[in-house]
Design a protein around this ligand. Structure first.
Ligand SMILES: [Zn+2]
Length: 682
């Protein structure tokens, strides 16, 4: 690995500032720590709140990420409170956490790392702890202690595995005291600890020991494998199959609670799946990963024929086996009084197709993917050195159900009403479409925004991603009048999040002309978008929802015109009436599958509207006999509440139908028109 240290950047930094700078260097290298893994500390002389001199240990707070860490993420503790604990024979996690809390100098600081005492007991100023891939490769192979001794001599002392906490801290402190020549510690099946008088010295030792491990591993690697005889399926065929599998898989692994999926088929993944011995997939290379990965992935037999039916049959069987295996593992190794968690896999490996990771948020699926990718690298390296030997099942179970680790999950923001839900919206670049996307995202859904105008949609999705969470909105091109385009878009959507819970059929156009002068082109276009478009998109949505077998909600953006048509609006009103009727039939046909279909009928929504082009405004002004600049006012005045209808008003109605709050309603129409008595549903 390369050192990222810069004397210029680090100039003048000491104490906490040096700790922040160096922790970020470590966090920037995914081969050292990933997603909140690892920790770091510094010991300084400062003052306590009374102004008296005190030795202070600054330690990373639980759950923070070294990649983005700042001074506020470190917790100051009184070192002279912690050191007297070292001679104790034992201490429970609860006692230790309570004790640490009382030794904290800043009550508002985050809860200090569970490895705080480990940092306190090593008598060094700067300490860095990582889960480096290369170091864990050395600990997770047969004869690992010999290999480590041959490579590092007495510069490194290995501390046997135990779960983080008092005992591990004590053993580490004792090991360092007993080996005065040791310059670093390897925690068996866990990671590396380096230290130094300066942050630079401690960091460069991390670099040095990791580089030595990397070179050693490289020397053991076999020559690159011959190119595969059966090359991975061509991308299109692979994606087609992955898109067909994804909703079924999502339905299966959502049995306890819905999850979203992330699909990955980069060449390294396909190569790993082609060459790995499934018997090697027995655990993570450091137990920290368990929170996101569960003890093992599910891998399908590579010999399965690659057609949809065969894969699905095998997948269902494999999931059943996985759940059984998980129950057995839990029953055998559980601590009394603990309730079993979700028995479904978080990582699903399908040879020739790729990797699926699951989670309740996009962030969790991304973490699980990144951890998987690094685990694949470690397994490949370990395989060349006699095999991969992670922690045994009893230690995995002990760690998986360890309350101190699960505490990290409670730091995540509370779930929103639509979290875990996947929505797809057509016409998402328009005023109503984008408002619906925004509303559903705000309530926690992840959203596929589709439109004929991909550039505009992409800009909106990027903006929403920044506001509501990275990757929470994706943009996909869809022309609802084109069967191929619709099918491709839904395929892409299935690969984006794994399925669909809420489909908002929104795309629409308006053409204005009296019947006797209505061109056939305008009529055909109106029918194509406003009627056929809803049919094509709804068919695909229903296919995905049926494959998932999780029910679903379809919300159709209809119009007040269906109940109260206006002159010169024949093509629009007739095509929307067809759409309205279609929605009712869908409600009738799919209630038995738990799919609800409801309609929202807005009237005259102008903001950001593509529908209300200058021509349409002029035409409607003419039809109503008013000046064009009065059109918006006219529409506001003609409803009972005398109010303007905004896209956000329509979005609220969609939200109601999208959520379980309307779980007993299907085939319904909700007007959002300020009250137009001619358009009351009947
Ligand atoms: Zn660790």
């Amino acid at each position: 690995m390369n050192s990222l240290w810069s004397d210029r950047d680090a100039q003048g930094l000491d104490g906490l500032a040096a700790l922040v700078y160096t922790s970020r260097l470590i966090g920037a290298d995914p081969n050292l720590v990933l997603w909140g893994g690892g920790n770091s500390s510094v010991k300084v002389t400062g003052k306590d709140h009374t102004g008296k001199p005190a030795r202070i240990l600054y330690i990373k707070g639980s759950g923070s990420d070294m990649r983005t860490i700042t001074a506020q993420h470190f917790t100051p503790l009184r070192l002279d409170d912690l050191l007297p604990l070292m001679p104790r024979p034992s201490m429970t996690d609860e006692d230790m956490v309570a004790y640490q809390a009382k030794s904290t100098l800043e009550p508002a600081a985050p809860k200090p790392s569970i490895e705080t005492l480990l940092h306190a007991f090593i008598p060094a100023t700067h300490i860095y702890h990582t889960h480096a891939d290369a170091i864990c490769t050395l600990t997770d192979i047969p004869r690992s202690h010999e290999v480590i001794r041959d490579l590092y001599g007495d510069e490194i002392v290995v501390v046997p595995y135990s779960r983080p906490g008092f005992l591990l801290s004590k053993r580490t402190g004792d090991a360092v005291a007993a080996h005065p020549k040791a310059r670093a510690v390897i925690l068996d099946k866990h990671g590396l600890i380096t230290w130094g008088d300066t942050a630079k010295a401690a960091y460069l030792d991390t670099v040095r020991y990791v580089t030595m491990a990397e070179r050693y591993i490289q020397s053991k690697r076999p020559k690159p494998p011959r190119p595969s005889k059966s090359p991975a399926r061509a991308a299109t065929a692979r994606h087609e199959l992955a898109a067909a599998i994804a909703p079924v898989l999502r339905g299966e692994v959502s049995r306890n609670k819905p999850v979203i999926l992330l699909y990955d088929d980069r060449p390294e993944v396909l190569e790993f799946l082609r060459t790995v011995d499934p018997a090697q997939l027995t655990g993570p290379f450091t137990p920290d990963h368990l929170l996101y990965t569960k003890p093992w992935p599910l891998m399908l037999d590579p010999r399965i024929a690659h057609d949809e039916r065969a894969v699905l049959v095998a997948l269902r069987k494999a999931l059943e086996r996985y759940r059984q295996h998980y129950v057995e593992y839990f029953t055998k190794h559980k601590t009394p009084g603990v309730t079993m968690g979700d028995p479904n896999p978080r990582i699903i490996l399908i040879p020739g197709i790729g990797l699926f990771t699951t989670g309740k948020t996009r962030r969790e699926t991304t973490i699980a993917r990144d951890l998987s990718l690094h685990t694949m690298g470690v397994i490949q390296a370990a395989s060349a050195m006699g095999g991969y030997r992670p922690l045994p099942a009893r230690d995995l179970c002990d760690f998986e159900y360890w309350p101190m680790e699960n505490y990290k999950l409670t730091l995540a923001p509370p779930e929103r009403p639509l979290s875990r839900a996947i929505a797809l919206i057509t016409g998402a670049a328009g005023g109503i479409g984008r408002a619906i996307a925004e509303r559903l995202l705000a309530d926690g859904a992840v959203v596929v925004m589709t439109d004929v105008d991909l550039d505009a949609t992409q800009k909106l999705a990027d903006e929403y991603g920044r506001r509501f969470g990275e990757g929470h909105a994706v943009a996909i091109k869809m022309d609802v009048t084109d069967e191929r385009s619709v099918r491709n878009a839904f395929r892409e959507a299935a690969l984006a999040f794994g399925g669909l819970d809420v489909f908002v059929s929104n795309a629409g156009i308006a053409r204005c002309a009296p019947i006797e002068r209505l061109s056939l082109a305008d009529w055909n276009e109106s029918v194509a978008v406003n009627a056929t478009g809803h049919l094509l998109a709804s068919q695909e949505a229903i296919r995905v929802m049926r494959a998932q077998a999780m029910g679903g909600s379809i919300v159709v953006i209809s119009t007040k015109n269906v109940f109260a048509p206006g002159q010169d609006f024949g093509a629009y009103s007739a095509s929307k009436a067809a759409q309205n009727q279609l929605a009712k039939i869908m409600a009738i046909e799919h209630a038995r599958h738990g799919i609800r279909v409801n309609m929202v009928n807005p009237d005259g929504v102008f903001l950001h509207s593509g529908l209300w082009s200058p021509e349409i405004r002029a035409e409607r002004a003419k039809a109503h006999g008013i000046p064009v600049e009065d059109v918006e006012e006219f529409y506001a005045k003609r409803n009972l509440l005398q109010t303007k209808i905004l896209p956000s008003d329509v979005a609220e109605a969609v939200l109601f139908f999208a959520s379980n709050r309307s779980s007993k309603t299907t085939g319904a129409v909700l007007p959002v028109d300020g009250g137009v008595k001619e358009a009351f549903p009947r």
